[in-house]
Ligand binder design. Sequence first.
Ligand code: C2E
Ligand code: CA
Ligand code: CA
Length: 694
Amino acid sequence: MADQPGPRPAAADAEPTIRSRLRQLEKAVETMQVGVTITDLDGRIVYVNPAEAAMHGYRREELTGQPASIFAPPELRRQPIGRPRLREVRSWRRESLNQRKDGSRFPVEILSDVVTDRSGEPLGLVSICQDITDRRQAESALRESEERYALAVRGANDGIWDWNLETGEIYFSPRWKAMLGHREEEIDATPEEWWRKIHPEDLARTRESLDAHLAGDSDHFQAEYRIAHADGSFRWMLSRGLAERDAHGEARRIAGSQTDITDRQVLDPLTGLPNRALFLDRLASALGRARRKIGAVTGVLFLDLDRFKVVNDSLGHLVGDQLLKRVAATLEGCLRPGDTVARLGGDEFTILLEEIHGPEEALAVAERVHARLEEPYRLGDQEMYTTASIGIALSSDGQERPENLLRDADTAMYRAKSLGRGRHQLFDQDMRERAVAQLQIETDLRRALERRELVVYYQPILSLASDRIIGFEALTRWHHPERGLIMPLEFIAVAEETGLILQIGDWVLREACRQQRSWQQEFPASAELTMSVNLSPKQFNHPDLVKQVRQVLDETGLAPRLLVLEITESAFIESPEAAIQMIGELRGMGIQVCVDDFGTGYSSLSYLHRFPIDALKIDRSFVSKIPHQGRQTELVQNIIKMAGDLDIEVVAEGVETDAQRDRLRQLDCRYVQGFLFHRPLDSGRVRDLLRRQE
Ligand code: C2E
Ligand code: CA
Ligand code: CA
């Protein structure tokens, strides 16, 4: 290989010398402890020494003729270096990662030399390869101590931890221990010490987040958890950490900080999720990032559990709490890393989706959430499943204010809820307009009471036996100064939602009782007519109801037995025990209680015997199908029969045709109400009617 000085010797006598020299050389190479590979210009191996083959886990024969890139992991393989470049470089040195036959990897240092012919033309490459695992470890130990130092100076208020995953030993800084009220020697250098102190409810979440990072699924570890303090209390901590990985991507060590966030109170204590303040904070930063990125959309999902109150009231708060925790965990499981789930309070949750590109992604998350929540699970000895209504709002240009985005998602959630359980809705401009209109109704409605714009109409209730009026139902109308007559369906729900129903209801009750009393005095033949007044769930569940009713009766002088309070099943389904007691109290005063819209609620016939009511009103939706649909008529028949057995009076409402009336008479229904007889009438028209009945 070396240049031969002087004139070229005759081949015949030169041969043996070269051969023997080459053999010597080869022997030396064969016994070297470093790997040696010779490749041709196409990058194919023409020679490897035993050390090289052994280092890479091959037999030598397997390697000859293979591309030299066989030693590199697939992602690091390159084309062989071309001849022009080889003419320039001659030799070079680099550190890299090589791969053994079994796929395992190790760090190497490689020295390559270009072999040329006499004229300097490249013929191939000789590479010397050395395993430098040991050297790397020494270097990383040095880096470790530097990093630990960096962590330590980062904040005197933060505790530091540093966990060697290979030895299992964990270093807790004195500050880390002091945050928990412990002295230096009181805490062992094991992770178990940590896990033992974390609140049991936060442990799984914390470890999951840690495992996810160690497995390479997240770019850092972060968890907020409660941890036991020596004084017996729990402190909220935020811990962040970063793993250090070896050449194979395996985490070898993870170090991080711990900050006391007890005072920040950004977390919901029950679920450990961020609260509203933290959510809005994260939403604001997400919007900020989205502004700088074209096409990036920020999404907010607003979730409200359906019928959570029923669970809470019927199964107790402990079960309710468990359910909320389960939902929190489920929601966290539906997200991509980086997204945020928060609990705003009660059964309301929000999800922040960062950097999505359009509604499809948000809708997909909503669908995933529905699907997961609906998987049945056990709570205590109950098999349960949950549904939620979800509203979705998306940022358009990142200019929106976080509170507004949250409000829009909330509005959309209400819309979803009104469509039925387990649905989701994307916010749109119509909803904004509807919300504004609702707001308008709300402000106007407040004034309506002061300005005496509400009026009560009275719809007669008749006896089918005598065809005579036996009472009235009070139905409220609103004479709006600009919009004219507004029907209750347009404003009762708003009144209920805003709580205005309490004042309105109180006024209607007083007005109806007063009116009935004044008719009694004017028309002695009408002295026994009843007055039915609708009570909304909020009124019915108000602690002052009994007091208030008593006061109205005292003031107006109406006999309690002539007052009928109509409540819908929704008023007591949420808390049946309390409702039974309330009904008992009202009836104890001598008032009658009637279940309105019977048959449209949740539980229908089966619960009737539990509720000590006087009467029920068969909902118009059943009556309207008489006599055409056999099944509905049969249902009406069953209701009437069962009510008769329980001594409950029945009123059929919404009677519009003679055929319906005749059939109801056949079925032994005693009372009816409907357009066939009378529409709701203003007090003047009722007065004319009563005068004729004298
Ligand atoms: P509701 O208690 O079921 O009242 C009966 C409704 O059916 C009334 O509607 C009445 O006008 C209507 N109706 C009666 N007979 C017929 C009929 O033959 N055919 C048809 N198609 N409809 C008939 P309105 O007055 O619009 O009231 C609607 C609902 O608003 C009431 O339903 C009640 O739930 C609520 N509401 C009305 N006034 C009050 C109130 O003062 N307080 C509360 N809490 N709710 C009220
Ligand atoms: Ca009613
Ligand atoms: Ca009704």
